[in-house]
Write a protein that binds this ligand. Structure first.
Ligand SMILES: [Zn+2]
Ligand SMILES: [Zn+2]
Length: 66
């Protein structure tokens, strides 16, 4: 029986790149990893996808625009 040493969560959720291949970022909304190529940048943060970014800021009611 073979065990893998790589934690399968420590990969880009989109392309599967590992932290050895590239720099991985943690989505502040769903906490999945994503590489810079597939990160979605919004409000100075990096998310794994646009949906997470919109959900994250949508739920933050204290953002003031004026
Ligand atoms: Zn990727
Ligand atoms: Zn996410």
């Amino acid at each position: 029986m073979q065990t893998t040493r790589i934690d399968r969560r420590l990969v880009c959720r989109t392309c599967g790149a590992t932290s050895d291949d590239t720099r991985l970022y943690i989505c502040p909304f769903c906490h999945q990893r994503v590489c810079l190529d597939h990160a979605y940048r919004m409000g100075g943060k990096l998310f794994c996808c646009r949906g997470c970014a919109e959900e994250f800021f949508y739920s933050e009611e204290h953002w003031e625009d004026d």
